[in-house]
Design a protein. Structure first.
Length: 262
């Protein structure tokens, strides 16, 4: 079997503004520079990607890169080839801008800077489990896996047939057809305050089945594939930590505990 090409990793690291609860709690402009277990959470993400055999290069999408110089590890990564790109006005536009700025970017591994528990093992498992021929891979973890490992962790779970699941902020954009999903993502962002428009976009029957949790993760992704016009597949990850990002101050404590145990 031919080996898979190595990935371009794109890390979304733009500030979420003054209302971000983690940034406000820590007294910083951008939560990605909040220290966890001795280094900024962004540094943990970059470290994991640099240690991953499947990652050939890393690009960072950020609105204000000045904080990179304050951390020796991040400053060294920039000196050694970490590409720093300006972010867009939204996550989807940041991805679109990054893909336009990078030469021959595909395949792309997309993640976020508030995912300090990301590890090389998660990346390698995710890449190895991507189905052949898919345009998009979406990392998910079962609620049962997360609750068994961290019963007190508060996560957002999507209802589905066979049990709930959580996203893992880990995506593969394997081919240029994945750009259709980025464009669809932009439409979702624009219509997030108008749910009826989103329902028209994905179809009322599909929206109802999603809301009632009648679809498995694979079926959910398959329905969205049809709407987007690109083949997407769910990739189940056996790591509870893959679904734990830092969205709230309490997540800082949990992430620091887990990283300390590593």
């Amino acid at each position: 079997m031919a080996s898979r090409p190595r990935f371009t990793a794109v890390v979304l690291a733009a500030s979420r503004g003054p209302d971000d609860p983690v940034a406000r709690y820590a007294g910083v402009a951008n939560k990605v520079f909040v220290p966890i277990a001795g280094r900024p959470m962004l540094a943990w993400v970059v470290r994991a990607l640099r240690a991953s055999r499947s990652v050939a290069r890393i690009a960072l999408s950020i609105d204000d890169p000045r904080g990179l110089d304050a951390d020796p590890e991040l400053a060294a990564a920039v000196h050694e080839g970490l590409r720093v790109l300006p972010s867009g006005t939204s996550p989807s536009s940041s991805v679109a801008h990054a893909l336009e700025a990078l030469d021959d970017p595909f395949p792309v591994l997309l993640t976020t800077a508030d995912h300090p528990l990301l590890s090389p093992e998660m990346v390698e498992h995710f890449v190895a489990a991507l189905p052949e021929g898919c345009d998009i891979g979406v990392g998910v973890a079962r609620a049962s896996v997360i609750r068994r490992a961290y019963p007190g962790a508060v996560r957002t779970y999507y209802r589905s047939a066979g049990g709930g699941f959580s996203g893992c902020n880990l995506y593969a954009l394997c081919t240029p057809r994945a750009l259709r999903a980025v464009a669809f993502w932009g439409r979702v962002e624009r219509h997030r305050k108008h749910p009826w428009r989103l329902m028209l976009t994905i179809g009322p029957l599909t929206a109802l089945r999603l809301a009632l949790g009648r679809l498995t993760p694979d079926a959910t992704i398959a329905c969205l594939s049809h709407v987007v016009g690109a083949t997407a597949r769910a990739v189940e990850l056996p790591f509870a930590e893959a679904a734990i990002d830092v969205d709230k101050p309490v997540d800082l404590t949990l992430a620091a505990t887990i990283l300390g145990q590593r």
